[in-house]
Design a protein around this ligand. Structure first.
Ligand SMILES: Nc1ncnc2c1ncn2[C@@H]1O[C@H](COP(=O)(O)OP(=O)(O)OP(=O)(O)O)[C@@H](O)[C@H]1O
Ligand SMILES: [Zn+2]
Ligand SMILES: [Zn+2]
Length: 803
């Protein structure tokens, strides 16, 4: 009998990042499996851990072995494949094993929770007698009530599919909960208590539950009987009723009807693409496809018909879309085609809602997942295809540990399941397009829009000339006229303001003083709502000063153009226009995003003004004009991908115009019309852009010609940082190949965050198979100081953020 479990414990220190052995007490022998979470003693504490392996007694030294304290799961939360994927993540990103396991699970499982055993009404009849008694008049039993039972008997019922373990998140600030009352005795007993009770109000309560034993919201109970809390409290005290606090779960899409859709007859290019993908589905081949299709070429339709094929094989599909594109429109399209077979995972869901969706996946109630980055870890066991839409989006890379890229995880899972991975984009990353050209990925090209209109015409307006001509407005003459024209025709306009890289700092116009965060070397961002300035890195905030702290001038103003300011000007210029503004301020409340888009989609507004969040995925037939207010704000970021990102964004935004019967027009306003990212976006010539940008990358030795690894060292003391980073660089210089370039050490673009000084070094290399081992060695060398002395060394392979 294997009665020893190897456990990865929840401690994030390098020295302890290895399995520890624990004895399995006899009562759990044969029931504990890899992938389950347990509570184990660790030093003076009791902590959580994941069982990864079982062993026999003779494989380990028995003396000193402590025993497992408690078992948290009755069935594994991580299956064999995901455990393996966890090790892979650990190795590839140099994160802690425990972090790799945790990132694959929904937050609810990590949070404090109540554990219940649940049985549906229909399943109750299938329970053995003793269990039926337990579930009498209720569908949910607190885990504490069954804890004393042998785990195997519980497991048996779970395997039969009649019982289920569920977690409910304990309410933490801000989450909606409500009190629920229900009986905890049998109907017989309820009747008996009813007979014995004299107090009329208590009798009323009892009568309610004799009629219908299911738990009821306390508020409703009190108001329907017209009573106070007191009679309920007495009955709870007597042990007849039970009061619970439960989080209010809501299926965010439950109240919505999704109009069922049928597959479109495909256009020729779509058909060719689909056929190739189907081939590899049929032959269970792990191929990576790059579906390069212009905006509006019907990529989503290809995804959906390919998924159809996968479902017919009895397999499952994962579809990743960027968070920002996970609009109601996108969800609607998948729900419309696949109905209740779809689970949706995105960050707007509450912890409980996310957990509910995850559970649907684990219980195999759904076979399609549409979700943002972390949906790549969906616990399916029979994956037939993984799709990554808008594969160029930087949000697919996680910026915290584990610093993984969803594309890499998708390919790893694709290999395991022997299934195709489809990457789709109108503007693929240079890395992916280069791979496709080399034949590493299969290139599928769609050059035409599905509508007869073709791509919109794009016009570039030089804002410097506008200024010379005396126009100081943020709207060029051209854009102004075209908006006027659309208003008259009753067509819609989308205006895009690129906020990323936009300065919204506060500066004194007399002396040039800029307000900065006292803890981070970065300017504070102005928040109009409450007249305060805020740090984006450490959330430090203060009131907007009335006079300049340096020269006391009262001419201290905030700089940069915010959406609110644009809106104000729009109202002045077009008083009759109905305007919708979408930015972080107007969409912070739950459901607001969806509501605003619906208003626009229903034609109840003329102009949609927004930031990045309107650049993707929108498909409104009446939009015939797209205006980009300032195209170049991103070009000047200290990032070698600035040109690529600008090109991608301009193409995506332009792609919102003229997608159906009406032709579309795009106006791009810029101060640098000569930059090739902007001029080629006008011509919509991705392949030419690719060639140009590749030349730049080659000459400047950047990806995809070179790989990058960024090491950032931080500590509250500057000397310490410099000392450590210099040692690391010296060590690496000694090891690395001759053609490897080590830049630095230099001060990071943001020299200080949260009172920690930051230095970095960038390694550029063509081939360094040992690099990962050297960096692991570096981590081990500094493990003590990282645990005890507040030293941080972050290692980012293929970084997407250069700051
Ligand atoms: N074969 C087809 N026949 C007619 N209409 C189609 C067909 N395929 C897709 N469409 C429609 O064309 C429009 C554009 O398709 P879709 O949104 O899938 O394009 P896309 O390539 O994903 O676009 P983007 O990259 O801009 O988001 C949609 O309204 C879609 O319903
Ligand atoms: Zn700060
Ligand atoms: Zn001043």
């Amino acid at each position: 009998m294997k009665n020893i479990a190897s456990v990865i414990v929840d401690v994030t220190t390098r020295q302890l990042d290895r399995p520890f052995d624990y004895l399995i007490p006899p009562k759990w022998e044969g029931t504990i499996q890899p992938g389950m979470r347990v509570i184990v003693p660790f030093g003076p504490r009791k902590i959580q851990g994941f069982v990864i392996n079982l062993k026999n007694e003779h494989e380990v030294k028995l003396d000193k072995l402590k025993a497992i304290e408690d078992v948290l799961d009755v069935t594994p939360v991580l299956n064999k494949e995901l455990l393996q994927l966890g090790y892979w993540l650990t190795k590839k990103t140099l994160c802690f094993t425990i972090s790799a396991f945790q990132v694959m699970l929904p937050a609810a499982i990590k949070a404090t929770y109540n554990k219940y055993l649940q049985c549906t009404e229909e399943d109750k009849v299938n329970l053995p007698d003793e269990w039926q008694a337990l579930f009498l008049n209720r569908t949910k039993v607190d885990w504490k009530e069954v804890e004393h039972l042998p785990l195997t008997t519980v497991q048996k019922q779970i395997e039969r599919g009649v019982l289920e373990v569920v977690y409910e998140v304990k309410s933490k600030g801000g989450k909606k909960t409500e009190r629920v009352i229900g009986p905890i005795v049998s109907l017989e007993q309820l009747k008996q208590v009813y007979e014995e009770t004299k107090a009329q109000k208590q009798r009323d309560v009892l009568a309610t539950f004799i009629e219908d034993a299911s738990p009821i919201r306390k508020k409703m109970l009190l108001s329907s009987l017209g009573i106070t809390d007191a009679p309920v409290k007495s009955l709870v005290k007597k042990g007849v009723l039970k009061e619970d606090e439960v989080e209010i779960y809501r299926d965010p899409y439950a109240e919505r009807d999704f109009v069922p859709t049928k597959p479109f007859p495909l256009k020729e290019e779509q058909q060719v693409a689909l056929d190739s993908i189907k081939q590899s589905v049929h032959h269970n081949r792990h191929d990576v496809f790059l579906l390069y299709g212009v905006t509006g070429s019907g990529k989503t339709e290809v995804y959906m018909q390919a998924i159809d094929e996968v479902l017919q094989q009895g397999k499952e599909a994962i579809v990743l879309v960027p968070e920002i594109a996970l609009t109601p429109q996108m969800v609607e399209r998948f729900k419309g085609r696949f109905g209740s077979k779809v689970a949706v995972l995105h960050s707007a869901l509450s912890v409980g809602e996310k957990y509910d969706e995850w559970r649907k996946i684990q219980r195999k109630e759904v076979s399609v997942v549409v979700g943002a980055r972390s949906a790549i870890f969906a616990p399916f066991e029979n994956i037939g295809m993984i799709i990554i839409d808008e594969e160029h989006e930087s949000s697919y890379k996680q910026e915290d540990n584990p610093r993984y890229h969803a594309r890499d995880v998708a390919i790893e899972r694709g290999i395991y399941h022997q299934c195709p991975v489809v990457l789709g984009s109108a503007t693929p990353t240079l890395e992916s397009f280069a791979r496709a050209k080399k034949g590493v990925y299969h290139l599928l090209t769609m050059t035409k829009r599905t509508s007869e209109q073709g791509l919109p015409t794009v016009e570039i307006v030089d804002m410097r000339e506008q200024l010379r001509g005396g126009n100081r407005s943020m709207f060029s003459k051209e854009l102004h006229e075209k908006i006027e024209d659309r208003l008259q025709k009753g067509q819609q306009t989308v205006l895009f303001l690129n906020r990323r890289g936009h300065s919204t700092f506060v500066m004194c116009r007399d002396c040039g003083y800029v307000i900065e965060c006292p803890h981070c070397d970065i300017s504070l961002t102005y928040h109009r709502m409450n007249q305060r300035v805020k740090c984006h890195y450490c959330s430090y905030e203060e009131a907007l000063p009335k006079t300049c702290p340096s020269c006391e001038s009262d001419y201290i103003r905030f700089f940069g153009t915010g959406t609110q300011k644009v809106e104000e000007e729009l109202v002045k210029l077009f008083p009759a226009a109905r305007i919708i503004r979408m930015d972080v301020d107007t969409t912070s409340r739950k459901g607001a995003h969806e509501k605003l888009l619906k208003t626009f989609g229903d034609g109840r507004a003329d102009i949609l003004l927004g930031t990045q969040m309107i650049a993707k995925g929108l498909d409104f037939p009446n939009v015939t004009l797209v205006g980009v207010l300032t195209a170049d704000t991103m070009l000047h970021l200290p990032d070698f991908r600035a040109g690529e990102k600008t090109y991608q964004l301009l193409t995506q935004v332009s792609g919102r115009a003229g997608r159906h019967h009406l032709p579309g027009e795009v106006i791009i306003q810029t101060y640098t019309p000569e930059h090739y990212s902007i001029s080629l976006a006008k011509m919509q010539k991705y392949e030419q852009f690719f060639v140009e940008e590749m030349q730049t990358r080659r000459s400047r030795q950047y990806p995809p010609y070179y790989y990058l690894t960024l090491i950032t060292v931080s500590h509250p003391e500057l000397m310490k940082v410099v000392n450590v980073v210099e040692k690391i660089v010296a060590y690496l210089r000694n090891k690395c190949a001759n053609d490897t370039i080590i830049l630095g050490p230099v001060v990071s673009p943001i020299p200080r965050i949260k009172d920690r000084y930051r230095y970095q070094c960038m390694i550029k290399y063509k081939r360094e198979p040992e690099l990962i081992n050297w960096l692991q060695f570096v981590q081990e060398q500094y493990a003590q100081e990282m645990t005890k002395d507040n030293l941080q060394i972050s290692i980012d392979f293929n970084p997407t953020m250069m700051m």
